[in-house]
Design a protein around this ligand. Structure first.
Ligand code: LAC
Length: 222
């Protein structure tokens, strides 16, 4: 079985286990006809701000980065509504896992894999999201930006995995639906499994993920 060489499987959280665009339902309710557009720009800015802050060593918790990205997106799209930021940030605390997330995680645990999360999210943010999704006790390690005060794609954050699991990076399967994260994880030395939900080409970065699937369920197909 292909996954066997890996005793440790580590997942990105936002976009991989949790659907960041599940907030578009709330966004659509607040701003009819604009929900999708807001959700897409919000995510794009959240990721951009994390890269910028990491590169320029201007760390602040991902929760606040997420709120800043929302603030900018609302301004840029000219969407104004009292209380919208609070309501949308609340929606972020209850992001929906993808429909297959729980079943796949349970199955991999039953098969004896050691599972972890490696996320830009800060401790409080990810514990709230995991708790609301009923996944609090599903992972042996939940590794966050809090500890290293920086974000992906800085090596320091990927290094958390080796120390936490006491394992060589070449034995780690890293699962992400963010192509940039899968690319950086590969550069770092993990074998990456890219979850390509939208059937997109991989980024042109002179690197390819080792594996590719359409959803988390494809992890079980090997
Ligand atoms: C994370 C970002 C990439 O969970 O969404 O680390």
């Amino acid at each position: 079985m292909l996954l066997e060489p890996y005793s440790v499987i580590v997942f990105d959280a936002f976009g991989t286990l949790f659907d960041v665009h599940s907030v578009s339902v709330k966004a659509e309710k607040l701003f009819p006809g604009r929900g999708n557009e807001l959700s897409l720009l919000w995510r794009q800015k959240q990721v951009e701000y994390s890269w910028l802050r990491a590169m320029s060593r201007q760390y602040k918790p991902f929760w606040t980065v997420t709120s800043d990205a929302l603030d900018y997106s609302l301004k840029r799209l000219n969407l104004r509504l009292e209380g919208a930021v609070d309501e949308l940030m609340q929606a972020y605390e209850t992001l929906s896992p993808f429909e297959e997330t729980s079943a796949v995680i349970d199955e991999l645990r039953n098969q004896g894999y050691r599972l972890g999360i490696l996320t830009n999210g800060n401790n409080e943010m990810i514990s709230t999201v995991l708790k609301n999704a009923g996944l609090s006790s599903s992972f042996e390690q939940v590794l966050t930006s809090d500890k290293v005060q920086t974000f992906k794609t800085v090596d320091a954050i990927y290094e958390l995995v080796g120390s936490a699991f006491a394992i060589d990076r070449s034995k780690v399967l890293f699962v992400s639906s963010n192509a940039w994260d899968a690319a950086a994880a590969t550069w770092f030395g993990f074998d990456a499994f890219w979850i390509n939900r939208l059937n997109l080409p991989f980024e042109s970065l002179d690197v390819e993920p080792r594996f590719e699937g359409e959803s988390l369920t494809d992890l079980l197909r090997f």
